[in-house]
Write a protein that binds this ligand. Structure first.
Ligand SMILES: [Mg+2]
Length: 430
């Protein structure tokens, strides 16, 4: 987190715009079906196991929220109209909206189908003040799609995102650098992007209910009560967020590999190691709200082809998934399938797992749409694992099947690559 610190200082203020469509799916339905306008509607299944994917503002007045079980939504709002929804149509609208976003910034980072960060830093001379740019963007989205988008503008991502929430519905909120502390102070700690229920509970238990309280606290006090994690969160509470906008299409691939202390022949050990790497890669994908479509297995045979450390051949195989994923178990399963097919007949000195073919993770509302219970359970498990990893570090929690790698007592030097290099051979299997 420190490499960008210098550029995040006052000398180089950034201007970030967060654009977020208002009640996206529900608004598309109301636009296309005039009889639904002004009515409380929910996109999602009405069955006993159904879940609300999106709720119109009229429905929200009754307390209907996305991710709420449909029966609960019905209880709160008896006249609620359920609409099945049309994913293909929402995806098409999303592409139209992102094409508009692309006209306003060369750096657009999609967070979901209906939400993106636009980096407006340095564009003032060309496009005008950020607020005007935001209003023009809102107008164009309205004219071209008939839909409302709310915008938040701030010097850092987190502030921009909170500001767009404050702007809803159909509004724009700009928070200038000198207004950030005041803007954040009254908000609950939960408002920090990336702080889940577990983290919020920890902060509250340590005596910090609001961002203002955390921001004002002495750094050593925070460190004593919450460790380095708390210090980072306190920086965010002061509006010091150095996460920069990254266009996901330009994002690097995600990978992790290790060199074994001694060469490994046992496939069970290789498989367990693959799972460890896959979980770690998946966690980073989830943290960056990205999914991957391509799984890469990389390995190095133990025999040296030439003297020196570069004398080892590195090989890789990859396959493309039908559906992008951020689930470590899926990455591991596919990587193990590649292992099974790989021409590995002797010992291996290095093994790695990579994820490529990146795309923004779908909105939670999108994923809830037709989630099988098993998939939902896994998603909850993943979320819980991330929270524990955030709290205690990545090694704190392993799935039961990862035990064998630990028992094997390997000293593994793990390298977190940003790029899977194909030094020698790459073949694509499908
Ligand atoms: Mg939205």
């Amino acid at each position: 987190m420190s490499q960008n610190e210098a550029s995040a200082g006052k000398a180089f203020p950034r201007v970030i715009l967060h654009a977020d469509m208002d009640a996206f799916y529900a608004s598309v339905e109301q636009r296309d079906h005039p009889e639904l306008r002004g009515k409380p509607i929910a996109v999602g299944g009405e069955s006993s196991r159904g879940v609300v994917s999106a709720a119109s503002y009229e429905a929200r007045e009754f307390g209907v929220r996305s991710a709420m079980p449909s029966f609960e939504a019905r209880r709160r709002c008896p006249e609620l109209i359920f609409v099945r929804g049309n994913m293909a149509l929402y995806a098409k609208e999303s592409r139209r909206i992102f094409r508009i976003f692309d006209d306003f910034s060369p750096r657009v980072q999609g967070l979901s189908l209906d939400e993106a960060f636009l980096d407006l830093t340095g564009s003032e001379r060309l496009l005008g003040p950020a607020r005007e740019v935001g209003e023009r963007l809102r107008k164009r989205v309205r004219e071209e799609t008939g839909l409302a988008v709310s915008c938040g503008i701030g010097p850092v991502k987190m502030v921009a995102k909170i500001a767009s929430g404050a702007a809803k519905p159909d509004g724009l909120v700009e928070v200038r650098a000198d207004e950030v502390r005041e803007f954040l102070a009254p908000l609950p700690v939960r408002a920090i992007w990336g702080v889940g229920p577990v983290g919020a509970g920890r902060l509250t238990a340590a005596g910090f209910e609001t961002l203002g309280a955390l921001a004002a606290a002495n750094t050593e006090t925070v460190r004593l009560r919450l460790g380095g994690w708390g210090v980072e969160i306190a920086r965010l509470a002061r509006g010091e967020d150095i996460r920069e906008v990254e266009a996901y299409t330009e994002a690097k691939s995600y990978s992790e590999e290790n060199t074994f202390a001694s060469d490994i022949r046992d496939h069970a050990v290789l498989e367990a190691t693959i799972l460890t790497h896959a979980e770690s890669v998946a966690r980073r994908l989830r943290r960056d709200e990205i999914k991957a479509r391509v799984v890469v297995l990389k390995w190095s045979p133990a025999e040296r082809r030439a003297p020196g450390p570069r004398g080892y051949a590195t090989r890789s195989r990859q396959l493309t998934l039908a559906e992008a994923t951020d689930d470590g178990e899926v990455l591991a399963r596919e990587a193990r399938r590649l292992l099974a097919r790989a021409p590995i007949d002797r010992a291996v000195r290095l093994i790695g797992v990579g994820a490529e073919g990146l795309e923004p993770a779908a909105a939670p509302q999108l994923a809830l749409f037709d989630d099988a219970p098993e998939k939902k359970r896994r998603k909850e498990l993943n979320r819980a694992m991330d929270e524990i990893a955030d709290r205690f570090g990545g090694q704190a929690l392993r799935r039961a099947s990862q035990g064998s790698a630990e028992r094997a007592g390997l000293s593994m030097q793990i390298k977190r690559g940003e790029r899977v290099e194909d030094d020698d051979e790459t073949s694509t299997s499908r």
